[in-house]
Write a protein that binds this ligand. Structure first.
Ligand SMILES: *[C@@H]1O[C@H](CO)[C@@H](O)[C@H](O)[C@H]1NC(C)=O
Ligand SMILES: *[C@@H]1O[C@H](CO)[C@@H](O)[C@H](O)[C@H]1NC(C)=O
Ligand SMILES: *[C@@H]1O[C@H](CO)[C@@H](O)[C@H](O)[C@H]1NC(C)=O
Ligand SMILES: *[C@@H]1O[C@H](CO)[C@@H](O)[C@H](O)[C@H]1NC(C)=O
Ligand SMILES: [Zn+2]
Length: 303
């Protein structure tokens, strides 16, 4: 009996791994952004982050960063699915909050940049000990913020409305059929990990980290800063993304094209830089939100 069950379980686990690799910026992208962020979150902010993380994260921020993708299919969380992206009018390579931030039913302030403002404000008001009118779940606020900060850096999460950010642009990726959005969420990263980093995601993350300390060291402070010293500036990140979408994602990727080495090798550096920027900026936001370690007493006061 044991034998039978084991092989069944083995097959199930294998299947889950395969599914994991296909679906689910994908799981690798979110993990990478949060791992990069972890390296730049201050001790004090990390102390607060650990207090907010759910038990199952075991103190690791990167463990929760795909959570909003895992739950969005659930009926109770369906309202969050439009918070992962923002669309611009067809062929418009710029972004404007007032023009673009609404969901498919036309509800304003329902898009990724609004969500980033929302969850930053929730954490800010709780941390400052303001008296919030609602009892926000700050664990959720942290998990959403960490996730959406990465999403807004994926160029096609700020793509054209007519093709749903590249989702309806059917293309080939080497030998398989897929869509352009999925290429940018998942396949460029998966292919890089498999072919250039010995199937080791952490090797890719280390290569990006090395660039942050070497090639991009002079850029870091400009990535971190926001106009008027704001805590977070998602409108800037979204504006960059749609420019990259036009310049790199949509270019030479019309429907029916098969994308191969030329596209992969020229776009990978863009993806790697966006993962770096997402991570650095997530850390910067958390450091600004949580400059001092949050005492439990304090937490009781605001809860
Ligand atoms: C802001 O967060 C609250 C609590 O999670 C939620 O009810 C509301 O819909 C959110 N709005 C946006 C735009 O994210
Ligand atoms: C906060 O949200 C998390 C994730 O949804 C949930 O597990 C937890 O029970 C919530 N906490 C409270 C106090 O509702
Ligand atoms: C590191 O930076 C160089 C120069 O900008 C770039 O060509 C290379 O693709 C980057 N590598 C990674 C892993 O980010
Ligand atoms: C931003 O903060 C820095 C350092 O605290 C300060 O010198 C600068 O004047 C501020 N800029 C604005 C526009 O508030
Ligand atoms: Zn997402």
């Amino acid at each position: 009996m044991g034998c039978h069950e084991l092989s069944w379980l083995g097959r199930l686990l294998l299947l889950m791994q395969l599914v994991d690799g296909v679906f689910s910026w994908g799981k690798y992208g979110h993990y990478a952004v949060c791992k990069i962020a972890e390296g730049y979150v201050s001790e004090d902010a990390m102390g607060t982050v650990r207090k907010l993380l759910p038990e199952w994260a075991k103190g690791e921020l990167a463990a929760v960063c795909s959570w909003p993708d895992d739950i969005k299919w659930n009926y109770n969380w369906h309202w969050t699915s439009s918070l992962h992206y923002v669309d611009t009018p067809n062929s418009k390579c710029n972004y404007n909050y007032y023009r673009d931030c609404y969901d498919s039913s036309g509800h304003r302030n329902h898009c990724v940049t609004a969500a980033i403002f929302n969850y930053t404000n929730q954490l800010f008001s709780a941390y400052q000990g303001y008296n919030p009118r609602f009892n926000y779940n700050l664990t959720e606020a942290l998990m959403f913020l960490a996730h959406y900060m990465a999403d807004v850096h994926q160029p096609l999460h700020v793509g054209f409305i007519g093709d749903l950010g590249g989702t309806s642009v059917k293309v080939g990726w080497y030998r398989r059929k897929t869509n352009l959005h999925h290429v940018w969420d998942t396949l460029i990263i998966d292919t890089a990990v498999k072919t250039l980093y010995g199937s080791d995601l952490s090797a890719m993350i280390q290569a990006i980290q090395k660039n942050i300390t070497d090639a991009w060291s002079n850029d870091r402070s400009s990535w971190e800063s926001c106009i008027y010293n704001n805590t977070v500036c998602p409108n800037l990140y979204a504006s960059e993304s749609v420019r990259f979408a036009c310049k790199f994602a949509y270019r030479n990727a019309t429907p029916g094209t098969t994308l191969q080495d030329d596209y992969f090798l020229s776009r990978l550096p863009v993806v790697e830089k966006r993962l770096a920027q997402g991570g650095i900026r997530l850390a910067a936001v958390l450091n600004r939100l949580m400059p001092l370690q949050w005492l439990d007493d304090n937490q009781h006061e605001v809860a």
